[in-house]
Design a protein around this ligand. Structure first.
Ligand code: TYM
Length: 344
């Protein structure tokens, strides 16, 4: 499917609940732009989502919701390959093979593993569901998570991985894994590169601008893609700000800078035009304009999402096609890897 000018793009999101505008601005918006001129693989990474406690009965719905979100946000399944990670067995198989080449110490350095295992250990102490040792709460699956992510990327000879900033360390590891493999066993893998959008790589929480926006925080700290106009308005009006109204991408404090960044990302206006527009105005006026902008920009996505969620069947058929395409490519890479590793 890849012509010489086209690059292969791969990215994924975990079906672990509501998506927020951080996911949209940091990741999905970039995907849509890149997918127009390249070969895009957009995966629903369900095998990553099960590395922390979850409710099995909710998972099928979450997977379909996420597939509908990809499409509603502008991914065209006739141009790109949209599929579910667990439908393509090559992902876990390659992950195992790469696990045998990945030093334990490299995985132990991953900041997301450290953060997530800390959170799990707190939850376990609070009596919430434990899935592993009561002491750490972290499973071997959570530890090996970045290797599965490397397998996702490397199976498709990916050049570009559009993500938010929190995933860059994982992609650096995928590069190291690929380079080490190529040196030890012979050239198989393309070396991937992370692509972050500098402005929106890290959208911050509305209630605490020192933390990134995250669905695991309180609901007022993020705007979900499915929030109603009223919810969006309430959340933006109650977002924290600094004391004096200064609307400057360089001189404002972190809370206002974050709101300005969200304004810029949704409006695509020049920063200087936005600064001029709100110069001398108060926070109330700015926040009202921001809320209206976010409501207007999310509205087409929300309408399309509702339409797509009316039928599971069409989404399942689309995912079946995605599986078929992805599997063909992935199995070719996997065969090559096994041969190079000397497996009979
Ligand atoms: P996940 O599901 O946590 O997040 C999905 C995407 O959203 C980005 N993101 C943000 N961007 C800007 N500001 C924020 N506050 C913010 N929060 C989240 C993330 O950086 C990500 O791009 N490990 C991945 C999923 C994955 C993957 C892959 C990604 C699995 N295999 C292969 C790329 C390639 C993850 O947990 O994303």
């Amino acid at each position: 499917m890849t012509s010489p000018q086209k690059k292969t793009i791969f990215s994924g999101i975990q079906p672990s609940g509501t998506l927020h505008i951080g996911n949209y601005l940091g990741a999905i918006k970039q995907w849509v732009r890149l997918a127009a001129d390249n070969t895009g693989y957009f995966c629903i990474v369900d095998e990553h989502a099960i590395t922390v406690p979850y409710e099995p009965k909710d998972m099928p719905e979450r997977i379909l919701n996420l597939a509908a979100t990809y499409l509603a946000a502008g991914i065209n399944p006739d141009q790109s390959i949209v599929f579910v990670q667990s439908h393509v067995a090559a992902h876990t198989e390659l992950a195992w093979l790469l696990m045998t080449t990945t030093p334990f110490g490299e995985l132990a350095r991953m900041t997301q593993f450290k953060d997530k295992s800390k959170q799990l250990s707190k939850k376990n102490k609070a009596g919430l569901p434990a899935i592993a040792s009561a002491e750490s709460g972290a499973t071997a699956g959570l530890f090996g998570y970045p290797v599965l992510m490397a397998a996702d990327i490397l199976l498709y000879q990916t050049r570009i991985v559009p993500v938010g900033e929190d995933q860059v360390q994982h992609i650096e590891l995928a590069r190291d894994i690929a380079q080490r493999f190529n040196n030890r066993f012979g050239e198989v893998f393309t070396i991937p590169e992370a692509k972050i959008n500098n402005n929106t790589a890290r959208i911050m929480s509305l209630s605490d601008p020192t933390k990134k926006m995250s669905k695991s925080d309180n609901t007022k700290s993020y705007i979900a893609l499915t929030d109603s106009p009223d919810e969006i308005k309430i959340k933006i009006m109650s977002a924290v700000t600094e004391t004096d109204p200064v609307f400057s991408f360089t001189k404002s404090g972190p809370a206002v800078k974050n709101l300005l960044t969200i304004y810029q990302a949704f409006s695509d206006e020049e920063p200087s035009a936005i600064e001029a527009k709100f110069n001398g105005k108060g926070y109330k006026e700015f926040k009202e304009a921001l809320a209206q902008l976010v409501i207007n920009q999310l509205s087409p996505l929300q309408q399309e999402y509702k339409k797509l969620r009316q039928s599971d069947d069409e989404l399942r058929i689309m995912l079946g096609r995605g599986k078929h395409h992805a599997e063909q490519f992935a199995n070719t890479t996997l065969r090559d890897v096994k041969e190079k590793m000397g497996l009979l």
